[in-house]
Write a protein that binds this ligand. Sequence first.
Ligand code: FA5
Length: 344
Amino acid sequence: MQEELKAIQEEALATLEQINDMKELQALKVAYLGKKGSLTQVLRGMGKLSPEERPVVGEIVNQVREAITKAIDEKSDLLEKAALEEKLKEESIDVTLPGRPVKVGGPHLLTKVIEEIEDLFIGMGYEVREGPEVETDYFNFEALNLPKNHPARDMQDSFYITNELLLRTHTSPVQARTMREYKGEKGFKMICPGKVYRRDTDDATHSHQFTQIEGLYVDKDVKMSDLKGVLNIFAKKMFGEDRNIRLRPSFFPFTEPSVEMDISCKVCHGEGCSVCKGTGWIEILGAGMVHPNVLEMGGYDPKVYSGFAFGMGPERIAMLKYGVSDIRQFYLNDNRFLKQFHQA
Ligand code: FA5
């Protein structure tokens, strides 16, 4: 029986040598140590041994079982380690491989120009305000010295929602709203960027929806020369020190006197070319001294307070600054156009 046990041990260890995966190892464990395994079979035969032989053989059985168990455990450790190494090898990352490029977006050109203008005026002490795009007839027109049936209402064709509500045609209603908030008690400087809507036919320089930036400075003793100074700083910072500005008389019902501001043409520097239609100048905004009626309706005493206001179109400014020849490019979201300005 001792021989038989030794043979089982040798056979088990030899088989173990050949094993290369966990399944086979499990099968081997069952074949030798399981309920029906070879070692168990031998143990069953121990009943036939004499009482003296039993402890001796029992001890040998235990030794054989221990030896086989130990060898199986060692093999199991080895296989697990090998499997782990294999997995790590498969999942390893080659850090020297070039990375996949991540496409980086950027703000829309119009957003950049609006933010640039905002920064410029914030630097001169202006606060940035907002107003509703769906506006009342009162704030869009009446509070700006444009009573119902006033012929100047035709200057801005409107999208009416009801008799009293419309999509605002300009950012000027925010002038009236801000004056009412300050209740005529103190001076202030504000700008208001935002979307506006007009029944204009779309072409290279007109859109039915576009943006404006309104500016308003109300205080005691604000003069036309202050307006000229601020617009001059704005134009030079925005377009370059070598550019000149020109104010032409104009008409807006909410300012008196009213002006339009031209900037010297970037291409011909005032000589006259096709970009400026031969005039040497390009119009970029409307402005003027706040009309006394508008100050009064806003709660300010026009004998004590005065103010200037301006309204510009950031699309037109961006077109001039970056050489964009068609306003519709701003709204098409064509990435070939937009990405040219990500680094601008
Ligand atoms: C106004 O809207 C006045 N509210 C501006 C103003 C404010 C004057 C304060 C005095 C005091 P105007 O209609 O000219 O004015 O428009 C101002 C600017 O908006 C224009 O100079 C132009 O740059 C831009 N603009 C006007 N219509 C369009 C359009 N259809 N598409 C794109 N830009 C436009």
